[in-house]
Design a protein around this ligand. Sequence first.
Ligand SMILES: C[S@@+](CC[C@H](N)C(=O)[O-])C[C@H]1O[C@@H](n2cnc3c(N)ncnc32)[C@H](O)[C@@H]1O
Length: 221
Amino acid sequence: MSDLYQYFQNNPGRLIHKWLHYFPIYEHHFARFRNKPVTLLEFGVFHGGSLQMWKQYLGPQAKIIGVDIDPQCKALEEEQIEIIIGDQDNRQFLADLGNSIAPIDILIDDGGHRMSQQIATFEELYSKVAANGVYLCEDTMTSYWNRHGGGYRNPNSFIEYSKNLVDLLHAWHSKDQESFNVTPFTQMTDSIHFYNSVVAIEKAPQQPPSHQKTGTLSFSN
Ligand SMILES: C[S@@+](CC[C@H](N)C(=O)[O-])C[C@H]1O[C@@H](n2cnc3c(N)ncnc32)[C@H](O)[C@@H]1O
């Protein structure tokens, strides 16, 4: 059993609500940040338990910041854990937040799960994630739910929005630069990972890709 899942199962702290299949995903993307002086920002504090879990998992040098619309959450602050009250739907709030806490090493969007919130949070804060950080949006199954502003193949859903990011990842190879070209996203993104209900985006500065041939010819033509 992984450290994180073990902590969750034996939770000594406040209430946490997570889908069980997310735990290997967290380990895969977050393990490299353990015991380093990192900043984790999570939208969606709920009862504060996930913030305590990240604190324990990442270690004593980590700074954990939670954001929630519910003012009651402010009372859940403790050593290493800061809580900011605000609305994920408010782009000005998100922009100010990003300017005040960047760089963010790990950003987890587990807030309201509506399309407008997931897209606004990504658009306002992706550039504030550290050059080698990770952005993880969870509960993206809401992209398929009308009541969250989604619906199957709804062009306004976060999943459809993320599919466009897949195109941008490949923009180095565009043969039609007027309609499809390299953007800052292309230049700062290493990979996009689609899981059942999680999208994780790994950042790393990119150079124009190059290729080469090695070895000897097998045929004359
Ligand atoms: C799924 S719960 C978070 C669960 C928590 N991260 C955990 O793992 O235990 C979602 C939280 O998002 C908050 N929320 C809902 N709408 C929001 C909004 N517009 N801005 C910020 N937080 C919001 C809710 O108050 C709630 O506490």
